[in-house]
Design a protein around this ligand. Structure first.
Ligand code: ZN
Length: 563
C-alpha cells in the first residue's frame, strides 16, 4: 500500500491509560510466567497501535506543517506523551519486580530486562517537573536556533543555508560565512549561555535527586547503554587522541597544501577537494541508480528498495511548509519504513539513498523480530553502524550517482577523509560533555576555555584564531546535540569505527563483507553492539590497539583514493 493511503486513527489517552493499567494489573497479579507473557502480548498490541498512530501523524505533519488536522494530532500526542511514558515505566517496574523475573529472562531475553532496568533508573516521579523544564529549555534553544538569521552578502539566511558557503571552493567566501556565523551567534551569546547553564543545572539536579553523583551516570542510563561504561568511553577518548588524531592532522595538513591553504583555519575544515563538492545527478536518475545498486547487492536489498519506491516511502522534494530536516521512521503496524529529506542538489542527496536507506533496510529486516517494538535495532551506535556502513558499501556504485568524470573518485576521497576527521571531532564533543557535567558550576567563560583546550588536544591542526566569537571557544553552541540530547554523540564515533572496518573488509571481499553486514543488521536489539561486532569478525574500538590498527589501514586507503 502507498504510504499516503495508510489509514490513520487517533489512539486516545483514555484507551491507552485504561489499556496500560489493565496490563499492569495483570502483571502484578500474575500467578505464573505464562500470565505475564499474555499480559505482555496485550502490551505489545497497544504499543503497536500507539506507535503507529504517533509516527503516521508526525510524518503527515512534517510533510505539510500547516495542515491543521495533523498539527492538532501531533500536539495531542505531545501532550499525552509524559502520561503514557509514566505508565510504560510502571509496566516495566511490574515486570522487573515480578517473582517470576528469572523465568522471564529465560522466556524472553536478559537484554530486554536490562533495558527495562535502565528505563527505570533513568526516570522517577520526583523529577517529572524537572523533565518538563528540561524539555522547555530544549525547545527554547531549538526555536532560537531555527529563527536565527545570519546576514550574508545582502541576504538574511537561516543557518543551514548559510553553512552551504562553508563548503565553497572560494576561501574568502568561506571566511565571510564563518564571520557571519560568529558575529550573529555573539549577538545571542547571553541567551545561548543562559539556556545552557539552566540545562546543565536542571540535569544535575535531576541526577542528584535520583541519588547519582552527577548527570553523567543518569545520562548513560537514559541512553540505555549496556555494553560500555564511562571507563570504557574514557579509554576510547585516549585511543582516539593517541592513534587517530596524528593521522587526521597529517592528512588534513597535506591536503591543505594541495588546496593552497597556508594556515589551516576553522573555515577550511569543510573542504576536501579542489573545485569544491562533487555534484550528484538529479532525483530521477539518482533513484534509478540506487535501485540498480540495491539489486546489485542482492535479492533482499533489491526487493526492499523496490518496495520503498512502489509504496512512495520517500518524500525528498524541498517545498514550502515542509519540515526542513531529514529522518527515517517506520509505521510498525504496517511494516513500512519511511524517509523524509529535502534534496538540494549537493552530495547530501546521495546520503538519503545510502545512509537513511541503511536505517530503513534495517527496519525492514527486523520488522518481524520478536523484540522489535521493545528493543528496536538496539542502541544508537548500532543504528548508526547500519547507516554509516551502507554509505561505504555504496562505493563501487558511485559512478551512477555522480555523472561527471572523476566526481565519484573525488567523492570517495572526500567521504573517507571526512569520516576519519569526524572521529576526533565527535570524541571532543563527548569529552566536553563529560567535563561540563562533572563540573556543573563552571562559568560560561570557563566552559569556552574547556572547549579551546579540547580543540588543541583533538584538532591541533586547526588554527582557531581570526573568527569573531568562535575564536573564544564557542563552536559547541551550534552543535545541537550538546543542548538537546546529552551524551548522544559518541555513538556516531563508535559506529564510524565499525563502518570503516566494513569498508576495509569490502575492499578485500565485497560479497563476504556485505553478507556479514546483512547478518548484523537483521539481528536487531536482541544482541549488544560489541557482540554484533565480534560476530561480524571485527574488533571493538574499546580494545587496546584496535584503533591503532584501524588507523594503519585507513590512512593508506585514503591516500589511494586521492588520484
Ligand atoms: Zn543516521
Amino acid at each position: 500500500m502507498k504510504v499516503s493511503q495508510l489509514p490513520y486513527r487517533r489512539v486516545t489517552r483514555e484507551e491507552m491509560t485504561a489499556g496500560l493499567r489493565h496490563v499492569i494489573e495483570r502483571v502484578r497479579g500474575a500467578r505464573s510466567v505464562e500470565e505475564i507473557l499474555e499480559a505482555r502480548a496485550e502490551y505489545l498490541s497497544l504499543k503497536t497501535e500507539y506507535d503507529t498512530a504517533q509516527s503516521l501523524s508526525y510524518m503527515r505533519y512534517t510533510i505539510n506543517t500547516v495542515d491543521p488536522f495533523y498539527l492538532a494530532e501531533k500536539d495531542y500526542y505531545d501532550e499525552i506523551g509524559p502520561e503514557i511514558e509514566n505508565l510504560d515505566l510502571q509496566y516495566a517496574s511490574a515486570v522487573l519486580d515480578s517473582p517470576f523475573r528469572a523465568q522471564l529472562e529465560q522466556a524472553l531475553s536478559p537484554i530486554l530486562l536490562r533495558s527495562m532496568e535502565l528505563q527505570r533508573r533513568s526516570m522517577s516521579p520526583e523529577i517529572v517537573d524537572d523533565m518538563v523544564e528540561e524539555n522547555k529549555l530544549v525547545s527554547e534553544y531549538a526555536q532560537l536556533m531555527a529563527g536565527m538569521l545570519f546576514p550574508f552578502r545582502g541576504e538574511q539566511l537561516p543557518r543551514p543555508m548559510l553553512m552551504k558557503y562553508a563548503r565553497s571552493a572560494d576561501r574568502a567566501t568561506r571566511r565571510a560565512c564563518y564571520e557571519a556565523l560568529g558575529t550573529t551567534l555573539e549577538a545571542h551569546s547571553e541567551q545561548l549561555d543562559g539556556i545552557f547553564d539552566r540545562l546543565v543545572h536542571v540535569r544535575d539536579r535531576m541526577a542528584k535527586k535520583m541519588g547519582y553523583q552527577n548527570f553523567i551516570e543518569l545520562g548513560y542510563c537514559r541512553m540505555e547503554r549496556m555494553c560500555y561504561d564511562v571507563q570504557a568511553v574514557q579509554t576510547f577518548h585516549e585511543n582516539i587522541v593517541r592513534d587517530i588524531v596524528p593521522v587526521v592532522s597529517r592528512l588534513r595538513l597535506e591536503n591543505a597544501k594541495r588546496l593552497g591553504i597556508d594556515t589551516f583555519r576553522l573555515y577550511d575544515n569543510e573542504v576536501f577537494t579542489p573545485g569544491g563538492d562533487p555534484t550528484p545527478c538529479g532525483k530521477e536518475a539518482l533513484f534509478a541508480a540506487a535501485q540498480k545498486m540495491y539489486d546489485g547487492m542482492g535479492d533482499v536489498p533489491g526487493t526492499f528498495f523496490r518496495m520503498m519506491c512502489q509504496n512512495e516511502a520517500f518524500d525528498v522534494d524541498a517545498r514550502p511548509n515542509k519540515w526542513g530536516g531529514g529522518y527515517c521512521t517506520e509505521f510498525v503496524k504496517y511494516h513500512q519504513p519511511f524517509i523524509l529529506a529535502n534534496f538540494n542538489g549537493t552530495s547530501g542527496d546521495v546520503d538519503v539513498v545510502t545512509h537513511e536507506a541503511g536505517h530503513a533496510l534495517n527496519a525492514y529486516l527486523i520488522a518481524d523480530n520478536r523484540f522489535a517494538l521493545e528493543l528496536g535495532c538496539g542502541g544508537m551506535e548500532t543504528a548508526e553502524t547500519h547507516s554509516m556502513s551502507m554509505e561505504f558499501f555504496a562505493w563501487p556504485y558511485l559512478d551512477g550517482f555522480f555523472p561527471q568524470a572523476g566526481d565519484a573518485q573525488r567523492y570517495r576521497f572526500q567521504h573517507a577523509l571526512d569520516a576519519l576527521s569526524f572521529l576526533p571531532y565527535g570524541t571532543m564533543v563527548d569529552e566536553f560533555q563529560h567535563r561540563i557535567y562533572a563540573e556543573p558550576d563552571l562559568t560560561p567563560a570557563e566552559r569556552n576555555a574547556v572547549w579551546l583546550e579540547l580543540e588543541t588536544k583533538y584538532r591541533p591542526h586547526i588554527d582557531q584564531s581570526g573568527i569573531p566569537y568562535l575564536e573564544r571557544g564557542t563552536r559547541w553552541q551550534y552543535q545541537m546535540h550538546i543542548y538537546e540530547t546529552p551524551f548522544y554523540y559518541i555513538d556516531y564515533c563508535l559506529a564510524q569505527t565499525a563502518a570503516f572496518q566494513f569498508l576495509l573488509a569490502s575492499q578485500d571481499d565485497y560479497d563476504d563483507a556485505f553478507a556479514r553486514y546483512l547478518q548484523l543488521s537483521q539481528q536487531g536489539g536482541e544482541k549488544l553492539w560489541t557482540d554484533l561486532l565480534a560476530e561480524a569478525g571485527f574488533r571493538s574500538p574499546f580494545e587496546p590497539g584496535a584503533l591503532a590498527q584501524l588507523a594503519a589501514q585507513v590512512e593508506p586507503l585514503i591516500r589511494r583514493q586521492n588520484i
